[in-house]
Design a protein around this ligand. Structure first.
Ligand code: 2P0
Length: 367
């Protein structure tokens, strides 16, 4: 018997221009466009295996080895049924010969894929980082889920086309379909057909930019993004200003900075947008606090580090950004990473050994 199975990984992405607010909560259509950097596959990723078999009695999902419920009408069910719909359309158009997929993946075996859309699927997804660490696990998770089904079904879909579906799992997941620098265009249509991710520049365009993740707390956040952002939409006047008068200009300016590899502008906009996102969270009624005292101290440290550099005739050396939690992500050119880690180490005593993927420090670790 042939085995219909595919395994795909998708990485985490961290936004520089933040998505915060929906204009349609079912289709997950945002109130503003956003832009992110996708991290390298090697470090933080979800890996998903999908299998289809005529003998399966129902669709089933395992998340990190535990069965996860697929609620009827929920986000998982929507993504799975949308992918089955794409496969059905493909079967109708190609009654004899499945085309080779443009989503290149390992471990796909396909013999007679016809009618596979009528089979139930079993899906197993694992993260190589703690789900509770507040590190955008849903973005990588839904991107990997949709990509693995696309591979299983041998679909000739582009990453932008697949992003239309992963968006309906979790908004930020549409951006993890691409590596490098990615924009999620908010779109205008009511059916969401123009709300998808596009590549601004591939990773190879600017490989010098590195991300340093400072896990300030690995407990689960108090207010989920999904409920928090809708409270903001309902109550924050500042959000309306941000949507109309701030984000459109910033999207253009940061895209230009990326294309020109202008770190100074990229960093300034990234920090401003993180600050404004946390300002709209605070402007929500009742207010939402995602950062804590340690997060704010890291902002002060990076601000001082940049000020010292600029005042001595240099450039901005690092940019902080915070999502819906207290953990800092610091973007910086590679040449500054060692100095930044040492700075963080000298101000914040560490309880865990430094994970040193670039081998910057050797066995002894940072000073
Ligand atoms: C972002 N965040 O652009 C922003 C910045 C958090 C702060 O996308 O409801 O988990 O699943 O669409 O994608 C988090 O929101 O929310 C998020 P849903 P999601 O990365």
């Amino acid at each position: 018997m042939p085995v219909y199975q595919a395994t795909v990984s998708a990485p985490v992405n961290i936004a520089c221009i933040k998505y915060w607010g929906k204009r349609d909560t079912k289709l997950i259509l945002p109130t503003n466009s956003s832009l992110s950097v996708t991290l390298d596959q090697d470090h933080l990723r979800s890996t998903t295996t999908s299998r289809a078999d005529a003998s399966f009695k129902q669709d089933q999902l395992w998340l990190n080895g535990k069965v996860d419920e697929i609620k009827e009408g929920g986000r998982l069910a929507t993504c799975i049924s949308e992918m089955k719909r794409l496969r059905r359309e493909f079967e109708e158009k190609n009654p004899n010969e499945p085309k080779v997929s443009r989503v290149l993946v390992p471990a796909i075996m396909h013999a007679h894929l016809l009618q596979i859309s009528s089979f139930h699927v079993h899906i197993s997804s694992v993260n190589n980082f703690p789900t509770a660490a507040g590190l955008a696990s849903s973005a990588a998770g839904f991107a990997a889920l949709v990509s693995s089904l696309a591979a299983l079904y041998n679909l000739p879909a582009t990453p932008s086309e697949l992003s239309l579906i992963s968006r309906q799992g979790s908004g930020s997941a549409c951006r993890s379909l691409f590596g490098g620098f990615v924009a999620w265009q908010m779109g205008e249509k009511a059916d969401g057909s123009d709300s998808y991710a596009v590549e601004v520049a591939p990773r190879e365009h600017w490989p010098d930019i590195h991300a340093l993740i400072c896990v300030v707390s690995d407990t689960k956040k108090g207010t989920s993004s999904t409920s928090g952002m809708q409270r903001t939409v309902e109550t924050s006047p500042l959000l309306q200003h941000r949507i109309k008068h701030v984000v459109p200009e910033r999207m253009k300016a940061i895209s230009k900075a990326i294309l020109e590899k202008d770190f100074d502008t990229f960093a300034r906009i990234t920090m401003q947008d993180s600050n404004q996102f946390h300002a709209v969270a605070l402007d929500t009624d009742p207010p939402i606090f995602y950062m804590n005292d340690v997060s704010r101290s890291i902002i002060a440290l990076i601000t001082e580090y940049n000020r010292a550099s600029v005042e001595s005739g240099g450039k901005i050396k690092a940019a902080y950004t915070y999502d819906a939690g207290p953990n800092a992500v610091i973007y910086a050119p590679k040449e500054n990473i060692k100095e930044i880690v040492e700075l963080i180490y000298s101000y914040f005593p560490q309880t865990e050994p430094f994970k040193d993927p670039f081998g910057l420090f050797g066995a002894a670790g940072p000073k």
